[in-house]
Every structure is written in structure tokens, then in C-alpha cells.
Design a protein around this ligand. Structure first.
Ligand SMILES: [Zn+2]
Length: 334
């Protein structure tokens, strides 16, 4: 047990492990999902981990779980050779802090990880939701009046209200057609008198460097659309082109896929699962919560992130999740 986690947390987690193992909860695969690992805490990203928290989380994972590369874990889940307390670490979208901040910590604890990258934002791009957050961060004064855009008026008087304003605007725009959404985001930036700083996303060189460091790179489409909102040809092109672009920039053979947004039945449907298989992927992950069991669908593996701020609570929630079979097979066909 790493010293900084404390002996009480270690003792309690060992007890919980053996209790859960006796109840048959140890045979599933826990796949953690992260987006950003911030160099330092940021009031606009209260839900994301910073370097210090990610460091103890990886220490705890390395100590209590058998962390495997995702592709290997899926193969072992299928053929029944998954070790007890198996876990994988994944990152979505392709943020530069994955390379700058997360990679050295992963290497320190010898934790392998998979990075799902949306290729359109490499080398200087902005995802629309991050542009909204930046607009709200920079908006001067205590209110942001977006009534002329049909997005109401938001109080920005406290950091919590600024986060809430950004979340409300993002929720309103999320399911708009991409073109319409892009226009709306530019208008929000304009109303907030905001200028986008340097891109928070990785360069192609950083993706290649992650691969060269032994990490897995996975497909996450080109532009991160809600697949269920696209016609069939456009959805297929997003999945296939994202894979091809990653392979072209030297990310290795791309065998893993993550559905953008990832909620089964809402963000993607059965036909998209079939497309992922046709494109030559070996497995795919969703954002349905739970742990993956041997009987589940390896093209819709559930994921999970404990949200707790202390090692003991984080560890207990992780152990509790390992008992819970994800809801994998329930999405309607067609
Ligand atoms: Zn994503």
C-alpha cells in the first residue's frame, strides 16, 4: 500500500475485497473512464480530477486491482481467463493533459491505459462544449444574457453559478444538429466577449507518443457526433474515418472504439454497434455504468468512475461497482 493512502484505508479496502470476493463479486472487469486530468484544480471543471487526485487514484488501483490493457482484458473476459479484480483505465476525447499530466502518473504506477481520440480536434481544435465553458469562464460581470439566442439569462455571481450556467447551456445545445450547434456556440462566445485561448486538445505527435509509450489508442469518431442523430452513411463515415485517421498518424492498429456520449439507445443504437464491428474493431465501450461480465456484449462494455474525494470512499465505491453487472444487452435493435 502506498504510504500516502494511509493504513486505515488499506485495511478497510482489504476487508471489503475479501467480503465481496466471498459473495462472488470479483470476476468482473471494471473499466474506469476519465476525460481530463487537470494540472491543477479549475473551478470551471469541478467534476474533473487534478494531478494530485489522479496520482492517489492510480496508486490505489495499482495496489488493489490487476490493471490490464483493455484489449487484453476483453480477450481474457471472453475466454474466461480474467484475473480477479481486473480493471482498465480509459480516457475519452483526446485532451492534451492526458499526455502532459496523466501519462507520467500512469508510468509512475505502471498502469496501462486506452485513449479514445476524436480526430477532428487534434492539432488545435476545440470541442463545442469546451468552447461554451470557456465563454462562460471569460464572460465579464455577474450575468450572461443569452435571451436573444433563446438560451435565457444566467447568473454568474459565484463559481458554482458559472459552472451551472455552462452546464445549462451545454444541455440545451447537446442534441441540436451539428451545424446549428456550431453557429449557436459562436454566438455564445460573441455575447460573452470571449476569445478561445490555445486548444486544450492533443497534437497528432502527442497521440503518436502515447502509442510509442505503450498505451492503446482507440477510435472515438472524427467529430464526436451523437451517432443516433446522423443518417447511416454519415455515422459509418464518422466511425471508419476516425479509425483510419488515427492509424495514418501512427497510433498503431486501432482495435477499440468508444461511442461518443455513449448512452445505449439514446446516443447510439444497434445499427451503430454493427457498423463498429464492420469497421474491424475488436471491442467497444459505452458510458452505461457497471462492470463487464463474461456474458455481456464486448461491443458495449460498461464503464464507471468513482467520484469520491478520499481514497477510502473511492476504493469502496470501486469495489461495490465490481459487484454490479453492467446493463449491456438491453438496447433495442433497429
Ligand atoms: Zn467523448
Amino acid at each position: 500500500m502506498p504510504h500516502e493512502l494511509g493504513s486505515l484505508a488499506s485495511f478497510a479496502l482489504r476487508g471489503a475485497e475479501s467480503l465481496i470476493a466471498r459473495s462472488g463479486g470479483g470476476g468482473r472487469l471494471s473499466i474506469l473512464v476519465y476525460h481530463r486530468v487537470l494540472a491543477r484544480a479549475d473551478a470551471m471543471f469541478a467534476g474533473e480530477v487534478d494531478a494530485a487526485a489522479f496520482d492517489w487514484q492510480m496508486a490505489l488501483l495499482a495496489e488493489h486491482f490487476q490493471v490490464l490493457p483493455l484489449l487484453e482484458a476483453v480477450r481474457r473476459l471472453r475466454d474466461g481467463t480474467l484475473p480477479p479484480w481486473a480493471a482498465c483505465v480509459t480516457f475519452d476525447d483526446g485532451y492534451a493533459d492526458n499526455y502532459d499530466v496523466a501519462l507520467p502518473i500512469l508510468q509512475k504506477w505502471q498502469v496501462p491505459a486506452t485513449f479514445f481520440v476524436a480526430t477532428a480536434y487534434l492539432d488545435g481544435g476545440w470541442m463545442w462544449n469546451d468552447a461554451v465553458i470557456e465563454a462562460v469562464r471569460q464572460a465579464p460581470g455577474e450575468t450572461l444574457n443569452l435571451t436573444p439566442l433563446g438560451l435565457s439569462c444566467h447568473s454568474l455571481a459565484t463559481p458554482r453559478l458559472r459552472r451551472k450556467a455552462a452546464a445549462t447551456i451545454i444541455a440545451c445545445l447537446k442534441y441540436l444538429p451539428p451545424e446549428q450547434r456550431r453557429t449557436a456556440v459562436w454566438r455564445v462566445l460573441h455575447r460573452a466577449s470571449a476569445k478561445l485561448p490555445d486548444s486544450p486538445m492533443m497534437s497528432s505527435g502527442q497521440v503518436r507518443a502515447l502509442h510509442n509509450a505503450g498505451m492503446e489508442i482507440g477510435g472515438h469518431t472524427v467529430s464526436h457526433p451523437i451517432l443516433a442523430g446522423l443518417d447511416q452513411a454519415a455515422a459509418y463515415a464518422e466511425i471508419a474515418d476516425g479509425k483510419e485517421q488515427l492509424e495514418r498518424i501512427g497510433a498503431g492498429a486501432v482495435r477499440l472504439f468508444a461511442y461518443p456520449n455513449g448512452k445505449p439507445g439514446r446516443d447510439y443504437r444497434h445499427e451503430h454497434v454493427e457498423m463498429v464491428k464492420r469497421c474491424g474493431f475488436a471491442a467497444a465501450v459505452s458510458t452505461a455504468w457497471g462492470a463487464a461480465g463474461a456474458a455481456g456484449d464486448s461491443f458495449q462494455l460498461p464503464r464507471f468512475t468513482p467520484w469520491d474525494g478520499t481514497p477510502l470512499r473511492f476504493g469502496l465505491r470501486l469495489l461495490q461497482n465490481a459487484r454490479r453487472e453492467g446493463q449491456l444487452a438491453g438496447i433495442p435493435a433497429g
